[in-house]
Design a protein around this ligand. Structure first.
Ligand code: MGD
Ligand code: MGD
Ligand code: MO
Length: 762
């Protein structure tokens, strides 16, 4: 037998040798194969660090390393031995660096020292930490009002860093917490709070072992949550039905070869995952679920008429839910024509979905960005919840609602207080503990923060991680917004484009990554904690030597800025930075669910934050699981595009070689794209017509009529199995086309999965 790694079998399934080969390349490419490999063995282990990749849960017996290709990339990206020291910045002006790609910038490696922008030289120059803190503090204090400052969080920040950050900003006097989740699962939080009283999912990993049917909606786990594929595959092997709703045929959802299964790897075998693969139109999921509900009600009516028992969980509906009658009326009022047109599915396909649902005792629904980044995302998620309620699929084993989170701690950051509309109970608790009057005004989310920076009412931007300038819509406008600030501060591990649109006073503050050892002044190793998509809170401690002796932990950096801004009378910042146990004690005293935090988090696998909805206690306005009765959108973007000649609906998604705005490589292996990112996927028939009219390469123009001209230039057309009339391409290159002025109802989430565009010859 060939050496499998040297000559990998090309398999058409996700995972498999392709994944292993890719891992080897990423470890070697990071120029840190040893540190990287050692680090990998500790990822998601009880005594290691939490994988900075995704927010999927960890298995109960955390002893065997769960292989994950994209976890490898995330770890080796951080554990690289490449550096961007002050000499790098001496060689390159900021203006010059602005022309570099995202890939090239982060490819230069880890930041090593705090840097201050010198406008005269157009370069970043190294500064001592204390000088940086003093000037940042003085500038924040000089603003007319605390609401002139924006405190952005990216979801990799630990619970400890996020808690300190919100405490600092509130002591300073504002609730301006734009957060990456505003562009991500905001709609899930809002819809679930309305429906079940808590903005989180209700399932655990164990539920996937019991489910009879799993609906995977608007999600590409083969790339973005690879460890979820293992759970889906095991479910499929047990005979559970896996129903995929995705306009695009994602290979990872069709077949999967488990890299941990030796026999399978040697035989080049793979297993089918999806039992049903349905390809709705972009934004058509609400209609698809509404159609299912119509079928379910009709089937139930027929059973009752024939004198047989109801197909619905009548006991659950009566005892635990509110609003069923209004929902039923809304379903009855929705015609099949609208359903089929919006969903882009046949009636037979929707009936098949309903049959799977009716044939299963335990149903789970999972979803991600394909659902949350539309105008009607909140209504869609409520519709998914409505359908699950009908047969009582919430709050019992093997069933439930599962928004699959993005960043590894985006859920935890919210739990510990990153919230621009904080509940009174949180502010009351902070006031009691720290003896200050917390600001009660609602603050800014991402879109409000951008508007405020653009109109001059916000003048300072602090970024705890992330890449605000590239992750947000209308990239050019956002760059202008940041550059117009009096102060910009970025706490980061690698250089990115947000750092290259400096405010008048601008800093890049380099921090330790999660894989690195964090020691306090007494040499004691510190851990941080994170919460996964299943509400499990666990510890994370680095094992690698820090990338530079000058790096500080995120906690220490926030503490330094806070002390220089609000002083240390109310909070002893230095003491908290020195011992994270003290921060956890404060969290335990002010955030519900964290009693005994320091002990419980040191148990293998950590602890589960109590989720009342999973126990069928629904803290909604009605005190019950609550049905919605929304009408379908009047016209989805697809329907609008059909009316206008030559208009397409574009979704922006992730390639297999990227982590959000971080580009690891230029391949998208599962979609057959190699060495390039400026591609535009289209249905083969659409593609042929476009090519005849315009040629191989096209420019894309946004058609949203708000006076802003939006053009993305030079994209190569690639045929793909997807509905006609839709296009797909990569974020962040296409963010120039996503309008700031279209966003989700209630959620304010940019509509990154439904952008109206036209194509033009080059
Ligand atoms: N390796 C890696 N892992 C990641 C990330 C990463 O960039 N790289 N990002 C992390 C983050 S922050 C997040 S939020 C998650 C994102 O995880 P995903 O939500 O899987 O991310 P996207 O690539 O945006 O994929 C969206 C999927 O939804 C489909 N889709 C688009 N529009 C629709 C629609 O209208 N209906 C339906 N049914 N489907 C639709 C697309 O075809 C695509 O398959 O992953 C996290 N994990
Ligand atoms: N068009 C379009 N736009 C989108 C999306 C989309 O699907 N389409 N998705 C949206 C979603 S779901 C999200 S979550 C956002 C993501 O938005 P962000 O969270 O703002 O972006 P990231 O690309 O994850 O941030 C990458 C940067 O984080 C820094 N970083 C990495 N690790 C660490 C660390 O440990 N500590 C610190 N302090 N910094 C670190 C590095 O400097 C790196 O350059 O983008 C959104 N934007
Ligand atoms: Mo996300």
């Amino acid at each position: 037998m060939d050496n499998p790694v040297a000559s990998p079998k090309r398999s058409s399934a996700a995972g498999g040798w392709g994944a292993l080969k890719s891992c080897g390349r990423h470890l070697v490419g990071s120029r840190a194969p040893l540190t990287g490999a050692r680090a990998l063995l500790k990822a998601n282990q009880p005594d290691g660090f939490d994988c900075p990749g995704c927010a999927w849960g960890d298995p109960e017996h955390g002893s065997s390393f769960e292989f994950c290709e994209n976890g490898v990339k995330a770890v080796s990206w951080e554990a690289t031995d490449k550096r961007t020291p002050p000499s790098f910045f001496a060689r390159h002006t900021v203006t010059e660096l602005r022309d570099w790609s995202d890939y090239a910038l982060e490819g230069e490696g880890r930041l090593t020292q705090p840097m201050r922008y010198d406008a005269g030289l157009d370069r970043y120059i190294a500064v001592p930490w204390d000088e940086a803190f003093a000037e940042i503090g003085a500038t924040l204090r000089s603003l007319d009002h605390p609401d002139q400052a924006e405190f952005y969080t990216s979801g990799r920040a630990s619970n400890e860093a996020a808690y300190l950050y919100q405490l600092f900003a509130r002591l300073y006097g504002t609730n301006n917490f734009p957060d990456c989740s505003n562009m991500c699962h905001e709609a899930s939080g809002i819809a679930l709070t309305q429906a079940i009283g808590i903005g989180k999912g209700t399932v655990s990993l164990e539920d996937f072992e019991k489910a009879d049917a799993v609906f995977v909606v608007g999600q590409n786990p083969g790339t973005n949550h690879p460890r979820m594929l293992g759970d889906l595959r095991r479910a499929a092997e047990r005979g559970a039905r896996v129903v995929v709703l995705n306009p695009v045929r994602e290979r990872g959802l069709e077949r999967f070869a488990d890299p941990q299964n030796t026999v399978e790897m040697l035989r080049g075998a793979s297993r089918p995952i999806a039992s049903h693969y349905l390809q709705p139109r972009l934004g058509g999921d609400m209609a698809a679920f509404r159609g299912m509900a119509k079928v379910i009600f009709a089937r139930d009516d027929a059973e009752l008429a024939a004198g047989r028992p109801s197909l619905l969980d009548r006991a659950f509906l009566a005892k635990h839910t509110a609003g069923l009658a209004a929902y039923r009326a809304a379903v009855d009022a929705t015609g099949w024509e609208a359903i089929l047109d919006q969903a882009g599915l046949t009636r037979a396909e929707i009936e098949a979905m309903a049959e799977v649902y009716l044939g299963a005792d335990k149903v789970i629904a999972t979803w991600a960005m394909g659902v949350t980044q539309h105008k009607h995302s909140v209504a869609t998620i409520r519709e998914i919840a409505n359908v699950l309620f009908l047969r009582g699929h919430v709050g019992r084993p093997g069933a439930g609602l599962c928004p699959v989170r993005g960043h590894s701690n985006v859920q935890g950051d919210r739990t510990v207080g990153i919230n621009e509309k904080p509940p009174a109970a949180l502010l009351d608790a902070l006031e009691r503990e720290f003896g200050f009057a917390a600001p009660r005004r609602h603050g800014h989310n991402v879109l409000a923060a951008i508007r405020a920076m653009l109109d001059g009412s916000a003048r300072a931007f602090i970024g705890l991680g992330g890449n605000f300038a590239r992750a947000t819509p209308d990239s050019a406008l956002v760059a202008k917004a940041l550059a117009g600030c009096e102060l910009t501060v970025h706490i980061a591990t690698k250089l990115n484009h947000s750092h290259l649109v400096p405010g008048r006073i601008a800093y890049i503050l380099p921090c330790l990554g999660r894989t690195e050892i964090d020691r306090n002044s007494a040499g004691k190793v510190q851990i941080v904690t994170v919460e996964d998509s299943m509400s499990m809170v666990h510890g994370s401690g680095g094992i690698n030597k820090p990338a530079s002796p000058h790096l500080r932990s995120e906690v220490a950096i926030i503490a330094g800025i806070a002390a220089a801004t609000v002083g240390s009378d109310k909070v002893d910042w230095a003491a908290l930075a020195d011992d994270h146990d003290r921060i956890r004690e404060l969290i335990a005293r002010t955030i519900p669910g964290f009693t005994g935090y320091n002990t419980r988090v040191r148990r293998p696998r950590g602890f589960l934050l109590r989720n009342l909805a999973a126990e069928r206690v629904f803290e909604t306005e009605t005190g019950k699981a609550t049905f919605s009765d929304d009408a379908l959108p009047e016209a989805t973007e697809h329907q609008q595009a059909k009316r206008a000649d030559d208009t397409f609906v574009l979704q922006t998604f992730r390639s297999h070689d990227q982590y959000n705005t971080t580009i690891y490589g230029l391949d998208d292996r599962y979609r057959g794209v190699y060495g390039e990112r400026r591609v535009l996927f289209a249905h083969p028939d659409d593609l042929a017509a476009i090519r005849d009219r315009l040629g191989e390469r096209v420019d894309i123009r946004g058609t949203h009529a708000d006076g802003v001209v939006r053009v993305a230039e030079d994209f190569r057309l690639v045929p793909f199995d997807m509905p006609r009339g839709s296009l797909a391409g990569y974020y962040p290159e296409l963010n120039v086309l996503v309008p700031l002025s279209t966003f989700g109802a209630q959620s304010d989430t940019p509509t990154s999965k439904s952008v109206l565009v036209t194509l033009h010859a080059r």
